[in-house]
Design a protein around this ligand. Structure first.
Ligand SMILES: CC(C)(COP(=O)(O)OP(=O)(O)OC[C@H]1O[C@@H](n2cnc3c(N)ncnc32)[C@H](O)[C@@H]1OP(=O)(O)O)[C@@H](O)C(=O)NCCC(=O)NCCS
Length: 135
């Protein structure tokens, strides 16, 4: 078990962008929480961070290094944490971690992590240079 006081608990370096509860409609046919649902939550959370940095519309260009480390169960609290790890002329790489918490026992586990690349786009869907970083 990994607890909330463990040194690698993410809130030291990343920010929470989504917190939700895993529900029965988020399961796969076997009754476990569906990995695709977790990936969509991570994409949504990462896009919030990328869109804030771009101060405009972004699209998901790539997802790298997705690993599933432990399962999520119906009723778990699921939190998506993330941070910008690098930027290019138009692209933004966002590292994302997902943690689950059993709401009855407070047991906390890291579930998955991945790096998402977003591209800032204009109204014609063409790559748009990132604005200067806000201080
Ligand atoms: C992402 C997209 C805008 C890139 O357009 P493009 O004309 O190929 O862009 P460019 O070749 O000029 O590259 C623009 C930037 O995107 C980055 N990029 C493009 N494809 C990438 C990929 N597969 N992985 C990582 N970065 C990528 C480039 O490195 C470049 O970054 P930089 O400006 O910081 O150096 C375009 O491919 C697109 O719209 N894809 C669909 C996105 C989408 O619909 N996502 C949701 C899927 S459900």
């Amino acid at each position: 078990m990994t607890t909330a006081s463990a040194p690698d608990f993410p809130h030291q370096t990343t920010i929470p962008v989504i917190r939700t509860i895993a529900m029965p409609h988020d399961t796969n046919p076997s009754g476990d929480i569906f990995g695709g649902w977790l990936m969509s939550q991570m994409d949504l959370g990462a896009s919030t961070i990328a869109t804030r940095r771009a101060r405009g519309r972004t699209v998901t260009a790539a997802v790298d290094g997705m690993s599933f480390l432990s399962p999520v169960f119906v009723g778990d609290e699921v939190t998506i944490y993330g941070k910008v790890i690098s930027t290019g002329r138009t692209s933004i790489r966002v590292f994302v971690e997902t943690w689950r918490r059993n709401r009855q026992t407070d047991e906390v586990n890291k579930v998955t992590e991945a790096t998402f690349t977003f591209v800032s786009i204009d109204g014609d869907r063409k790559p748009r240079p990132l604005p200067p970083e806000e201080r």
